[in-house]
Design a protein around this ligand. Structure first.
Ligand code: LLP
Length: 427
């Protein structure tokens, strides 16, 4: 069966700057087989231009609003990825002291960093305040008290946004919906009265922003409309109470295409709905895209170690990357396109699985794959967001190298881990 069909071809095109040239998959102007020779596998390959293009598309869509885009670095916190986006004008959304450290290390100015996290420790709050981040996003009454305590100790007034739980259940995988009142995130509407009182009584807090984040990989703009309306109602209340809100943060969650048969809603469709709601509201809108910017900007390059067929006729490609490099299929049953780096005219229905001792260690199940031979390379697409950052050393696996391609230039942006590094913190 020929695999030169529309679906496979479109998948590559959707992945922006990954495409076949003379039958070989390339990232921008660089052949992936030469990258594998030079850097080994598994290897994350990031297209710099793809990151930039996605950011520009996002900015163009929301150009009609006074806004500030803060890249959610949890999607891909490699310093070079952060630097690339920051150089194009992004701020950062960080979710922990570690991510704050990374954003600062990448050279992002603290007043362009916002700090989230449903369970910030006092040390993390202190790190945020002493670094001078733009604001901390608080998710509970107790956390507000903790921020006030730490700020008082430091002799500072903390700029704070409150994250509201709008109780909007966006349709996506249940593990990545966050705006529902069943979830741990945000402050319940019923508690807002108490929260506003706190801002009057605690002298080291200054309410600067309202915030929400309803989930991730959300296809239907109507969920944003519903949640934004709730946040606008809260804005109205704060104005009646005399608060001067500068920032109106509607979070991230904008979708990308993983499966060419389920194309993501274009970003313009979100803007069409959101922009008219927020025009002329006297606030700067903050967006926190992560996946939208990073997911299709990288792929995971892996080598076929073995092929085998069992008595039931089931075929497997056993490759040298696994769930330790991309856990999304195991965790969310997510679809990732798997392409052969060298084009083949014939295909085989197979599972593409990793070397980890878990049955959930797979990239694709019962999928038509180009009939690559043992020793050949496969590429797992859409591995730019929530891939390396969710990686682990399970089974004693070494974290892969990461390279960034810019035209025909290649830069190693993370070295492959060594066995010594696996044990370096142990006695
Ligand atoms: N802002 C906040 C407060 C968030 O919690 C998140 C993601 C984002 C922004 C960025 O969301 P994005 O634009 O990337 O959808 N590991 C999961 C995704 C978890 C998302 C967690 N929060 C996955 O692989 O699908």
């Amino acid at each position: 069966m020929s695999l030169f069909n529309n679906i496979t071809y479109r998948a590559v095109l959707d992945s922006h700057l990954f495409s076949y040239t003379e039958g070989t998959l390339c990232c921008e102007d660089v052949r992936l087989d030469t990258l594998a020779e030079q850097f080994g596998t598994p290897l994350y390959v990031v297209s710099r231009q793809s990151l930039v293009n996605q950011l520009r598309a996002f900015e163009a869509a929301f150009a009609g609003l006074p806004h500030f885009t803060c890249y959610s670095v949890k999607a891909n916190f490699n310093l070079s990825v952060i630097r690339t986006l920051a150089a194009e004008g992004c701020g950062c959304d960080v979710n922990s002291g570690g991510e704050l450290f990374r954003a600062l290390k990448a050279g992002v100015s603290p007043d362009r960093i916002i700090m989230a996290g449903v369970g910030k420790t006092e040390q993390e709050i202190e790190f945020g305040l002493t670094s001078g981040v733009l604001m901390l996003k608080a998710e509970s009454v107790s956390e507000l008290r903790a921020i006030d305590r730490v700020a008082a100790r430091l002799g500072k007034v903390a700029n704070v946004a409150i994250r509201i739980n709008p109780n909007v259940t966006a349709e996506t995988h249940p593990y990545i919906t966050t705006g529902d009142s069943k979830e741990k995130f945000g402050i319940d509407e019923a508690e807002l009265g108490e929260v506003f009182d706190l801002f009057r009584t605690l002298p080291n807090l200054s309410l600067q922003g309202l915030d929400m984040h309803i989930g991730s990989q959300i296809f239907d703009p109507e969920y944003y409309v519903a949640a934004t309306q709730k946040l606008l109602d809260v804005l109205e209340t704060t104005r009646l109470l005399g608060f001067d809100i500068r920032w109106f943060d509607i979070g991230g969650g904008f979708p990308v295409t993983y499966d060419p048969q389920k194309p993501a809603t274009p970003i313009g469709r979100f803007a069409e709905k959101i922009v008219p709601m927020l025009e002329g509201k006297g606030v700067t809108v903050i967006f926190e895209p992560g996946r939208f910017l990073a997911a299709n900007a990288a792929l995971l390059l892996t080598r076929v170690l073995y092929k085998k067929k069992n008595h039931a006729g089931k075929e497997f490609f056993i490759v040298d990357a696994g769930m330790t490099e991309l856990i999304r299929p195991a965790l969310y049953q997510s679809h990732h396109e798997v392409l052969s780096v060298l084009r083949h005219e014939t295909g085989v229905v197979a599972d593409v699985v990793g070397p980890v001792c878990e049955s959930s260690d797979f990239f694709a199940r019962h999928r038509m794959i180009d009939d690559a031979a043992e020793g050949e390379l496969l590429a797992v697409l859409s591995s730019g967001a929530y891939a390396s950052v969710m990686g682990s050393n399970y089974n004693g696996r070494l974290r892969p190298a990461e390279v960034m391609v810019d035209g025909s230039e290649v830069t190693l942006v993370r070295r492959r881990e060594s066995y010594e590094q696996l044990v370096q913190n142990e006695m």
